[in-house]
Design a protein around this ligand. Structure first.
Ligand SMILES: C[S@@+](CC[C@H](N)C(=O)[O-])C[C@H]1O[C@@H](n2cnc3c(N)ncnc32)[C@H](O)[C@@H]1O
Length: 300
């Protein structure tokens, strides 16, 4: 059996009881180690907690070396651990399809994900549209296909969850070109860098999917002891020091329910300013008021 097991958001003990029982009976335990990190537990702490060796699975192993992960899984139990939920934001459907093709049974044990825990900021999950990912820009690579998705979401009033790039095992271009297996230190995108990139693309596209004054909420270290929220405009959050990873951002939709706003005001530096910013932003997309057509003079 291949078990896909969600670890939850932060602590080693966030794993479910059923997940822990499954890990304990597995002969090999892999930890997916490129899309997220377990903030409050190291590999060694997990190994102690499970009483098992934990093998770190980087992107290459999962995408190109899945035969190794699936080896003998038709006769033994193998665990594939994913921070958050195995199907939250990162889909591991490819691994599941390969397992099924090889006749290996698969069982998923779910857990909390950033995709649902984001509701802790006070915005209702029902009011979210398409989620987007913001990658680290380079001088020559600034992908912006996410811009249209924000536009679509905001047009129909929905909030946009922005997931921020992380690079846990990256080679420099030079090391890659020379075939040297030397990796750069891990990098995690900050809220301020994400907001700067948002502003850079709005300046280039100018379609006003959002503006520097559009309200947003910065979400840091969800589910950990230092979980923090900060409400502000995109321009203000571009100056915000968000601390240790992990981080996400939500760009508000044009409809913000009074209860949602009340919750967000708790995280604003200047409550009145934030209330005004939200109200101004909502006006932007509102259709022009309906005016009855002028009656033709002949019709009188
Ligand atoms: C590709 S997603 C993986 C999601 C994970 N499988 C889950 O279900 O939560 C990783 C990104 O989600 C966001 N994220 C994940 N956990 C978070 C947390 N606890 N607090 C804030 N953002 C988080 C960060 O932007 C991070 O780079």
């Amino acid at each position: 059996m291949l078990y896909l097991i969600g670890l939850g958001l932060s602590y080693k003990s966030d794993i479910t009881v059923r997940g822990l029982e499954a890990v304990k009976q597995c002969s090999r335990v892999y930890l997916e180690h490129y899309t997220s990190i377990l903030m409050a537990a190291s590999q060694e702490e997990l190994e102690q907690f499970y009483g098992k060796t934990v093998i770190l699975a980087d992107r290459e192993l999962v995408e190109s070396g899945s035969d190794e992960i699936l080896r003998d899984a038709d006769r033994e139990d193998v665990a594939f651990l994913v921070v958050g939920d195995p199907f939250g934001a990162t889909t591991h459907t490819d691994l599941v399809l390969r397992a099924k093709k090889a006749g290996i049974a698969v069982e998923t044990i779910h857990n909390a994900s950033v995709m649902n825990a984001v509701g802790a900021c006070g915005l209702q999950l029902y009011n979210f549209g398409q989620t987007i990912s913001m990658v680290f820009f380079t001088d020559s690579w600034k992908p912006d296909s996410w811009y249209d998705k924000i536009w679509e979401n905001r047009k129909i009033g929905l909030h946009t969850l922005v997931l921020l790039d992380i690079k846990v095992k990256e080679q420099s271009i030079e090391n890659m070109a020379r075939g040297r297996l030397i990796y750069e230190p891990p990098r995690y995108m900050s809220i301020s860098q994400c907001c700067e990139q948002l502003l850079e693309i709005e300046e280039k596209r100018h379609d006003q999917a959002y503006t520097p004054d559009t309200p947003a909420v910065a979400i840091s270290r969800l589910g950990s002891a230092s979980q923090t929220f900060k409400s502000g405009t995109i321009r203000e959050l571009a100056e915000y020091d968000c601390g240790e990873p992990l981080h996400s951002l939500v760009i508000l939709g044009r409809q913000c329910h009074e209860l949602e706003l009340e919750y967000l005001l708790e995280f604003a530096e200047d409550r009145e300013k934030f209330r005004t910013d939200v109200s101004k932003d909502q006006q932007f997309f509102k259709p022009a008021p309906w005016v009855p057509p002028q009656q033709d003079a002949d019709e009188d």
